[in-house]
Design a protein around this ligand. Structure first.
Ligand code: UDP
Length: 437
């Protein structure tokens, strides 16, 4: 594809870890198909620890810098929505006047207004949805008024989806959620959904086969076999420590535990998780971010050093790909869920908020690769429950089924990204269309 070598596009994620990762991975795939990619982040977001050479990075001012940090997410979004597109448009204009114009913009679906910014500059654009197609469909129905949000304990039936209980729906569908600007950002993803000519989804065809075609255009997933390095981690991973520790453990003997980059659990919940892990008697590798570490029970790490390793950030793909990891206790962020599915690791789902609840429903009931913990009447997952769930996935009656199903999804994910697979073909088609316009 000679022409493609000269085609440069912009990729614009919302500047948080869970959005940077998949959009960087997409960028790498687009580069491998012949496009030149400039990936945009913001001045105020944490600086990446490591970058990769095949992609250009550009940091645009979003109105905040190290001295002027936003007090709240609401304040950040308010300013971001005004300042970022202005500066971005200036940057795009300047590249054009220097004779290096961009041809296309792939933007985070959380910024639907990006399509207008692109079109004002004579470019076309496509949103990239970082969440599952199932969750996209839920937000779509919410936007269209075809989702009647059920009250507590009730369920709702949506086309091509399992019956969703009130606690299976993404938490942000509830207007009572106090994080209003986040809710707005998420729900507004669907604002102009019928306008773009392309929609990119972070999934693969077989995984969400049943769902609305609208969200099935140009699905893709990552080729994990050759690419365990994100290249844009906002936290410092303890790679060698994790690897050496995992190397010393038997096959499928370790529970890997992580709640991603944002979720914060209460102190009481943290203690229940800690002692639940201890009671399970499995080895565990637990990611507790620095901001969460003071919630750990006193002396926990010392008292459990024969069984566990606690780190503030891990090289997650390498960990999940390691043969000693037998189970992933996860908050079910979409990246983590997709990573576990693509690497064949069964899960204990312990969702916290946003789309994690819906992902957990699919993990347990649709893909059947693990169990979801039960929350007690006080809103806590007890240590006994943690122990039972870990044992069920690691060694219980259904553990073989979970492992078999996980292997199946891993194979299907590989097929999708292999040359000629569904994701690969979709990307080829997408790139060819950009190049030929
Ligand atoms: N991650 C990582 N190391 C960790 C924890 C998480 O590299 O110790 C990565 C993980 O592989 C995933 C991302 O951070 O790609 C978290 O995204 P996810 O959607 O799972 O959760 P979020 O952070 O958005 O809640």
């Amino acid at each position: 594809m000679k022409m493609a070598m000269e085609t440069r596009i912009l990729v614009i994620p919302f500047p948080i870890q869970g959005h940077l990762n998949p959009m960087l991975q997409l960028s790498k795939r687009l580069v491998s198909k012949g496009l030149k990619v400039t990936l945009v982040s913001t001045n105020s977001s944490l600086k990446p620890n490591n970058i990769i050479s095949s992609i250009d990075f550009e940091f645009i001012n979003d109105g905040f810098d190290a001295e002027l940090n936003p007090e709240t997410f609401d304040e950040y979004i308010k300013c971001f929505k005004v300042v970022f597109p202005q500066n971005l448009a200036k940057f795009m204009e300047s590249r054009k006047s220097l004779g290096f114009p961009f041809k296309f913009v792939v933007y985070d679906s959380g910024m639907p207004w990006m399509l207008d910014v692109a079109r004002d500059l004579g470019l076309d654009g496509a949103p990239f949805f970082t969440q599952s197609c199932a969750v996209n469909a839920v937000y779509y129905h919410l936007d269209q008024g075809t989702l009647k949000v059920p009250s507590e304990g009730c369920s709702v039936a949506l086309p091509s989806m399992p019956l969703l209980g009130s606690d299976d729906l993404p938490t942000l569908v509830y207007e009572t959620d106090s994080r209003q600007s986040l809710r707005e950002l998420i729900v507004n993803q669907m604002l102009n959904i019928h306008e773009p000519n392309w929609i990119l989804c972070n999934t693969f065809d077989k995984l969400e086969e049943e769902l609305d075609q609208r969200f099935h255009q140009n699905t893709w997933t990552r080729d994990w076999r050759n690419d365990n390095d994100y290249g844009l981690s906002l936290f410092k991973p303890y790679s060698e420590t994790c690897k050496t520790w995992l190397d010393s453990k038997a096959i499928n003997s370790v529970v890997y535990v992580s709640f991603g980059s944002l979720a914060a659990v209460g102190e009481e919940q943290m203690a229940e998780i800690a002692w639940g892990l201890r009671r399970s008697n499995s080895f565990f590798l637990w990611v507790v971010r620095e901001s969460e570490s003071q919630k750990l029970p006193k002396n926990f790490s010392e008292e459990t050093s024969d069984k566990g390793l606690v780190v503030s950030w891990s090289p997650q793909l390498e960990v999940l790909a390691h043969k000693s990891v037998g189970c992933f206790m996860t908050h079910c962020g979409w990246n983590s869920t997709l990573e576990a599915l693509s690497l064949g690791v069964p899960m204990v789902a312990i969702p916290q908020w946003t789309d994690q609840t819906t992902n957990a429903k699919y993990v347990e009931d649709v893909w059947q690769v693990g169990v979801r913990v039960k929350v007690n009447e006080k809103g806590i997952v007890t240590r006994e429950e943690i122990e039972v769930c870990i044992r069920e996935v690691m060694e219980g009656g259904r553990s073989k089924d979970f492992r078999r199903n996980s292997e199946k999804w891993k194979e299907l994910a590989k097929e999708a990204v292999d040359e000629g697979g569904s994701s690969d073909k979709n990307l080829e088609e997408f790139v060819a269309a950009i190049v030929s316009t």
